[in-house]
Design a protein. Structure first.
Length: 415
């Protein structure tokens, strides 16, 4: 069975910048995420939608506690009305906690590679796309075969993160990250749903369904008590407690929405599927290599320990020496130079500079003339003349260029 390597990316190591300050991983993060409190919380780029979700949860509970529950306090004895209010408030706080645990944590982001991964496999050119062979310039195959539960599963190469995605991993186009066991990107929580927060997401939607049913039921109880106390019809009871009628309609619609999500994800949990796999019809006509039976699937998804994050967003970023950038960015105008070539070039410049300072201009000209004479004397015989158009350097038959060749008559007149 495939097991992804539990290692941090190269950008999670410490390095002091030349100006003495340090940059953290969340400050140079290449994804579209939003970070708060110094990288302690990570949200999706659509984190503002979280405000609407909180509003849709908190406002109905406030209306229920202020208008509906106060009437229930007078209608029920033995502090039962106060208990109804307390349960609603505590339940709403629990739902909000699950919401922030779902949206404010790492959903299972796989760190990006700073360089292209190494592979021992030689890809056939016919299987590679023109974009891959032309732009990537490597022999990395676009897919690889991995055996999971005795079944061959193809994993794709991610051009953005420069890694082969583990099985059930997908790249979220909204967050711009590869997420382990990617389920979907939920706009209501403003975050991807993956391996590390799927359990909290399911608990959130199921608890929200129960909260809607709780408010719905006690609003009906309030109307029944009004009808019994005043001997009036249901319509007159609505007029006496309009908030109860509004909350009944609101919670009825909301319960259908979140209740449908709860039922759908309960089915996915029992069959050990993700929303992404279910919509792509991944396992139609063949077995699911990840299924361990209904009980085993429930135990694996809901009761196993949450794996540790692969990212340390508060860690300092390592910067290559002399690179002037993050890891893997030691380039100059898009061209990478080996360190040995840079050292050789530096020593050559120093040596040439020392000679220019030590030798006068007149002596330098004499030395060059002697070298040219020595080169001409060492030639074994005449070489066929080359046209300056045929030879890009414009060499004559003695090996001198047209610019370096000195006419004897001109030399005599100059002397």
């Amino acid at each position: 069975m495939y097991t992804a390597p539990a290692q941090h990316s190269d950008s999670n190591r410490r390095m002091i910048e030349p100006n003495g300050s340090t940059k953290r991983v969340y400050q140079v993060w290449k994804g579209s995420n939003k970070f708060f409190l110094g990288g302690r919380f990570i949200f999706g780029p659509d984190v503002r939608s979280l405000v609407l979700t909180v509003f849709l949860i908190v406002v109905p509970v406030i209306l229920f506690a202020v208008f509906v529950s106060q009437q229930l306090v007078h209608e029920f004895h033995h502090h039962l009305g106060n208990l109804i209010i307390a349960i609603a408030v505590v339940f709403a706080a629990y739902v909000l906690l699950l919401l922030f645990m779902t949206s404010g944590g790492d959903p299972g982001i796989i760190p990006r590679n700073a360089h292209l991964p190494e592979t021992d496999e030689k890809a056939e050119t016919s299987h590679l796309s023109a974009d891959w062979t032309g732009n990537r310039g490597g022999a990395l195959p676009p897919t690889k075969d991995v055996i999971v539960g005795g079944i061959v599963v193809k994993v794709k190469y991610c051009h953005t993160c420069m890694l082969y995605r583990p099985p059930r991993c997908s790249h979220c186009s909204i967050c711009n990250n590869c997420v382990e066991r990617f389920d979907h990107h939920c706009p209501w929580v403003g975050q991807c749903i993956g391996k590390r927060n799927y359990r909290f997401f399911f608990m959130f939607v199921s608890s929200t369904t129960l909260l809607c049913l709780y408010v719905f039921a006690f609003c009906w109880v309030n109307l029944k008590e009004i009808m019994a106390a005043h001997g009036c019809s249901l319509w007159r009871a609505y007029l006496k407690s309009p908030v109860s009628g509004i909350l009944i309609l609101y919670t009825f619609i909301a319960a259908w929405f979140v209740g449908g999500l709860t039922s759908f994800h309960a089915y996915l949990i029992c069959t050990n599927q993700t929303t992404y796999e279910n919509f792509r019809c991944r396992y139609e006509g063949k077995g699911n290599p990840y299924s361990r039976g209904c009980v085993g699937n429930i135990r694996e998804i809901l009761f196993r320990r949450t794996p540790r994050s692969r990212n340390d967003f508060r860690a300092a970023v390592k910067r290559e020496e002399g690179g002037g950038g993050a890891v893997g960015s030691s380039s100059s105008a898009g061209v990478f130079f080996p360190s040995s070539l840079s050292v050789a070039r530096t020593s050559f410049d120093l040596e040439a500079g020392g000679k220019r300072q030590a030798v006068a201009a007149e002596e330098f000209e004499d030395i060059r003339s002697q070298i040219e004479v020595g080169v001409a004397a060492e030639r074994c015989g005449p070489r066929p003349a080359h046209s300056i158009w045929a030879d890009p350097l414009g060499m004559d038959h003695q090996g001198f260029t047209k610019r370096e060749r000195v006419d004897p008559e001109e030399e005599a007149v100059r002397k």
